[in-house]
Design a protein around this ligand. Structure first.
Ligand code: F6P
Length: 342
């Protein structure tokens, strides 16, 4: 079989580990050949390919980013996008496709599978918000980077008696904020699932100073103030999937806290640092196993499926199940952490 591989959406540590596992097992054990499509769905849409064999995947296991490139191209937002993809797959002689991506990339894969494209999905996102799988690779790396940042910021916060607000990624779900906040001993964690009350945040800041310690506030980029609390946010431009480009809540929050409490407050936005560089051992392990299982699914002709981690097992779930609904932080999980706030 000739199999196409693509990586779409935000880059994520572990993408190269998946590509390597797919190709190594596919070539060496199953006798398949591969072609890489560049930049997510843009590749099959524009027939932009790159050779992909064992030589091309040597040495890439620990490398961040993706050797195939990525984009947020949405073929369903482009005229004749689906027909062009089908034609280009046929022109390449591609019998099947491995799509590695998050909610948007796999959402497209789900729709294409329903239209007859033979596709298998591998879930990736540092946000960890895909349902159907316990974890996505990239998340553990992002949490470790954010935790190290919080550890380092504690010393400046204490030395200067400042509030330090750390903005982490997480558009719809607060998994990075919750895990890194707990691991780093943050005093307040704000997530998209639970709109915050700025008065409560300020009271927690003041109670922390009252014990002669300085507060660290971890906030997801998608966190929002509760209605009627007097804080407003700016909205930015949208991408091809209709998502607003986020970023800015950290600065807004720091100035609001300083204004309301009189305590000096600074914001640190971790941004793409969280997605960069080498994956942790856990993410390499998970990405490699996802890749090995994905090419096995292709080999068996089990299309329209997505690889998922359940406990320590890799299982296959229907793509629609993995992308139908976002996995959010439950109120119970958030309340468990809340006892440590302030
Ligand atoms: O989907 C992963 C993610 O890192 C989100 O946490 C974040 O909102 C988004 O990508 C940022 O995307 P971009 O790098 O395209 O601005």
């Amino acid at each position: 079989m000739k199999v196409g591989v693509l990586t779409g959406g935000g880059d994520c540590p572990g993408l190269n580990a998946v590509i390597r596992a797919v190709v190594r097992k596919g070539v060496q054990e199953q006798g398949h050949s591969f072609v890489g499509f560049r930049d997510g769905w843009r590749g099959p849409l524009e027939n932009d390919t790159t050779p992909l064999g064992v030589d091309e995947v040597r040495g890439i296991l620990p490398r961040g980013g993706t050797i195939l490139g990525s984009s947020r191209t949405n073929p369903f937002a482009i005229e004749n996008g689906v027909e062009r993809i089908k034609d280009n797959l046929a022109a390449q002689g591609c019998d099947a496709l491995v799509a590695i991506g998050g909610e948007d990339t796999l959402g497209v894969a789900t729709q294409l599978a329903e239209l007859g494209v033979k596709v298998v999905g591998v879930p990736k996102t540092i946000d960890n918000d895909l349902s159907g799988t316990d974890f996505t690779f990239g998340f553990d790396t992002a949490v470790n980077i954010a935790t190290e940042a919080i550890d380092r910021l504690h010393t400046t916060a204490e030395s200067h008696h400042r509030v330090l607000v750390v903005e982490v990624m997480g558009r719809h779900a607060g998994w990075i904020a919750l895990h890194a906040g707990l691991a780093g001993g943050a005093n307040i964690i704000l997530i998209p699932e639970r709109p915050f009350d700025i008065d409560t945040v300020c009271a927690q800041v003041e109670s922390r100073f009252a014990t002669h310690f300085s507060p660290i506030v971890v906030v997801s980029e998608g966190a929002v103030p509760a209605d009627g609390t007097g804080m407003t946010l700016h909205s930015g431009e949208k991408d091809a999937f209709g998502h607003v480009r986020l970023g800015g809540i950290g600065d807004r929050l720091a100035s609001e806290i300083e204004h309301r409490t009189g305590q000096e407050s600074r914001a640190v936005v971790l941004g793409h640092v969280q997605r960069g560089g080498t994956p942790t051992a856990f993410d390499r392990w998970l990405a490699t196993r996802f890749g090995l299982h994905a090419i096995q699914a292709v080999h068996e002709g089990d299309f329209g499926t997505m690889m998922a981690l359940r406990g320590t097992d890799i299982v296959r779930v229907p793509l629609a199940e993995g992308t139908g609904e976002l996995k959010l932080v439950s109120p119970e999980l958030y309340e468990e952490a809340e006892v440590l706030f302030g």
